[in-house]
Write a protein that binds this ligand. Structure first.
Ligand SMILES: [Zn+2]
Length: 304
């Protein structure tokens, strides 16, 4: 599953390509991927312009000029492909843009059998592909008022998710983490992967942040000292920023863009490096263990 830096990369990629374009038509080929009435689509989406595409935790939010918004989650296998008019889905560079998971099954002409929603926009076509069909798109009013018709608004929907503050925002602080850790008797790795603690931090960036802070992933959250929490706080922000800077991590289940795949995998210090020497030159070796059902990479000799 993509983590914060990967979804941020997709949001930026789509924002740069879709902003200002109007949506001319929508073809929903698999109803569960985008469960919405035709009437709502006609009234609030068709003819609307995309104002901007942004990210909240792992959600992609497409704000529309009608004061409604499309919200999407890629989940395990979701992918957006934008193909400019005259371009073809499998070509790279200026003709198309792919954000999300790559799959062998997607390597065919678009739309294909894993394409569940097709948006025709003024300068091209946006395809939502999803092999395992856990991903979704929703349509929500951006704010309360006449236009929302009493429906749950985007803000209400986001509030209901109980997300943590964005880890790269000012609201995410050392004191926030201290508060979240003080009663938790679980290993710290599991706690920082809790979306209500540090939303958008998944397996890769949790391992990297703990290495950066030289903390053992097995350490029990409530036993962290103030100095541990402070180190971890800065480490989380550092590895997420690095991930965004390098366009995310490209792996067998995630890729950000055709032809310009993310490079963060080249900068990972522990994740995926089991059996290799620690990058700290501590003479330790990166170990891989299972923690809370997730593979966890860390250096036994320098992460205490
Ligand atoms: Zn080490």
């Amino acid at each position: 599953m993509p983590e914060l830096p990967e979804v941020e990369t997709v949001a930026r990629g789509l924002d740069g390509r879709l902003k200002g374009q109007s949506i001319d038509s929508i073809d929903i080929r698999y109803a569960k991927s985008f469960d919405v009435s035709k009437a709502l689509i006609e009234k609030h989406v068709i003819g609307a312009k995309v104002k901007r595409v942004w990210r909240r935790q792992k959600l992609l939010i497409f704000e529309l000029s009608t004061d409604w918004a499309l919200v999407a989650h890629l989940k395990m296998t979701g992918q957006f492909v934008f193909v400019f008019k005259g371009g073809r889905g499998q070509e790279t560079g200026k003709q198309s843009y792919t954000g999300g998971h790559p799959q062998k099954a997607y390597e065919q002409d678009l739309p294909h059998k894993h394409t569940h929603v097709v948006f025709k926009l003024s300068s091209g076509t946006l395809y939502f592909n999803d092999l395992r069909k856990f991903g979704w798109i929703k349509l929500l009013p951006s704010q309360q008022g006449a236009v929302s018709g009493g429906r749950q608004t985007l803000d209400q929907f986001l509030a209901a998710q109980e997300f943590s503050p964005e880890p790269l925002s000012k609201d995410f602080s050392v004191s926030w983490l201290k508060e979240k850790f003080k009663r938790r008797s679980l290993p710290i790795k599991q706690v920082i992967m809790d979306q209500k603690v540090a939303g958008g931090v998944g397996n890769i960036y949790a391992d990297e942040a703990l290495f950066n802070a030289r903390l053992s992933p097995k350490k029990i959250a409530k036993t962290l000292t103030d100095s541990d929490v402070t180190k971890l706080y800065y480490s989380i922000r550092k590895v997420l920023r690095m991930g965004i800077k390098h366009g995310g991590t490209t792996s067998n289940n995630y890729r950000n863009a055709d032809g310009e795949a993310g490079q963060m995998q080249n900068y990972l210090k522990v994740y995926g490096r089991e059996g290799l020497p620690c990058k700290d030159d501590c003479r330790g070796v990166v170990e891989r263990i299972q923690l809370g059902g997730r593979s966890t990479h860390f250096c036994l000799s320098c992460q205490k």
